[in-house]
Design a protein around this ligand. Structure first.
Ligand SMILES: [Zn+2]
Length: 448
């Protein structure tokens, strides 16, 4: 019953922290428990939420918040709920711009002092989108059925938008999103399946990884929008229009590859960037390096082509081959091809539970390295001209999903609906005044 009690008050964002839900065992049986439920990036710091619980005592819990090995806050929790009722702490913590290790430590006279959870948090990353791009942002709308469309004009209650298949239309309802730090593009969808391997379709894996990537960014407090929210077709032009309308730091198109047969001693990962975009190129190099480093630990019979690496792929006329880049000028954009699904060994790796989440976390780590360092990443890759095209991603034969109506295309499963009915998080108790931690107010890094 304890698990149900705990679930009923954890903020929805913390539900992925499942290992923390296990009761304290071994020498810690009966000890107070706690975990960090979210670390949201804010300008000049991090907004922290932590959950504390004690199954065996209604006494206040003695806690400390430790950032980069320095105690920045401590106190005794109030115990409004009595034995077994978790409470949520919330506090803004002022920090130098950058990445930080944030830990929750509990001190207990029976069990001593122990660190119960550590997570990496980031302050709001430096903006990489150009002023011109941001000035031209028109925003996107999430339609009542959950479809994301670029806004071209109008106002609240009377939006002019473009449907996924490229038709102008008006929408009177929906959630307006003015901009986003990251636009995530799950490749393919609907009748366009992309690459395929034994028991796995690229379009489904792309969406799974993209949704996990969005959740990871959300847990860090970094805004993102996803261009395809269910299994329907979205031509490339519309994906790029959504990105341009949201003026993100980066537009990342998530793909998995097909076709290679050449055996390779290392992963054949490919990342493509927009020609002439220094920041796209730097991110692609970092992304390629991080992806290959992460995959290299697995015992897999890899395949590759000469295109492995972080590359630019051009048409005969010198323009980017991929519409993701060509149709979103001025946007930092990359396309990731993590592994080859057409290779049974790599397909079976990606079918293992946890691999989509693993890939999403690799992508987030690379994004954080791009935002916060000047690293240049791997130099593997090249510029090449290749007029071949898959012939997909256009408007021909495109059928729009319903934009209005009561049925959401992204309707949660019955289990999800039940779980969310159980979750009724209490208002967080603000215990800690804003704290300043750091050496100098001006570290030389941008404020945002
Ligand atoms: Zn693809």
């Amino acid at each position: 019953m304890v698990a149900a009690l705990v679930l009923s008050v954890i903020p929805a964002s913390a539900q992925s922290d499942e290992p923390q839900l296990a009761p304290a065992i071994g020498p810690w049986l009966g000890a107070p428990r706690g975990w960090i439920s979210s670390l949201q990036a804010i300008d000049g710091g991090i907004e922290l939420e932590a959950v504390l619980a004690d199954r065996d005592s209604a006494a206040p819990i003695d806690y400390e918040i430790v950032v980069d090995d320095v105690v920045v806050a401590s106190g005794l929790s109030p115990r409004p709920g009595g034995v077994g009722a978790p409470i949520t702490l919330a506090a803004p913590v002022t920090l130098d711009p950058g990445l930080h290790d944030v830990c929750l430590r509990l001190n207990d006279r029976r069990f001593g002092s122990r660190t119960v959870d550590c997570q990496r948090g980031t302050t709001a990353p430096p903006i990489k989108a150009s002023e011109a791009l941001r000035a031209g942002a028109t925003g996107a709308l999430v339609s009542p059925t959950g479809v994301v469309v670029p806004v071209t004009g109008g106002t609240q209650g009377d939006w002019t938008v473009t449907t996924p298949c490229g038709a102008p239309t008006r929408l009177t309802a929906g959630e307006f999103i003015p901009n986003a730090r990251v636009v995530i593009d799950p490749g393919h969808g609907g009748s366009e399946s992309g690459a395929a391997g034994p028991g796995i379709l690229e379009k489904n894996l792309n969406l799974d990884v993209s949704e996990r990537l969005q959740a990871e960014l959300e847990s860090l407090g970094i805004s993102s929008v996803i261009t395809r929210t269910a299994d329907y077709r979205v031509p490339i032009r519309t994906r790029a229009d959504i990105a341009t309308a949201l003026a993100p730091d980066v537009f990342i198109s998530v793909h998995h590859n097909g076709g290679a047969r050449r055996p390779s001693s290392r992963p054949g990962t490919e990342v493509f960037y927009a020609i002439g975009s220094t920041e796209s190129e730097r991110l692609a190099r970092i992304m390629y390096e991080d992806m290959v480093d992460a995959l290299d630990d697995f015992n897999v019979s890899w395949v590759s082509t000469v295109n492995e690496g972080a590359s630019v792929r051009l048409r005969e006329d010198g323009m980017d081959l991929y519409g993701i880049h060509r149709f979103s000028p001025g946007v930092n954009s990359i396309i990731t091809e993590f592994v080859y699904l057409s290779n049974p060994s790599e397909a079976s790796l990606m079918k293992q539970s946890g691999m989509a989440q693993f890939e999403a976390e690799v992508i987030v780590d690379a994004l954080l390295r791009w935002w916060w360092t000047d690293d240049q990443g791997s130099s593997r890759g090249r510029q090449f001209t290749d007029s071949s095209s898959t012939g997909t991603g256009g408007f021909d034969g495109c059928d729009d999903p319903p934009l209005t109506g009561s049925r959401s295309l992204t309707t949660p499963t019955r289990e999800d609906a039940l779980a969310s009915a159980l979750v009724d998080p209490p208002e967080p108790v603000s215990l800690i005044p804003a704290l300043y931690l750091g050496t100098e107010p001006d570290s030389g890094l941008p404020d945002n």
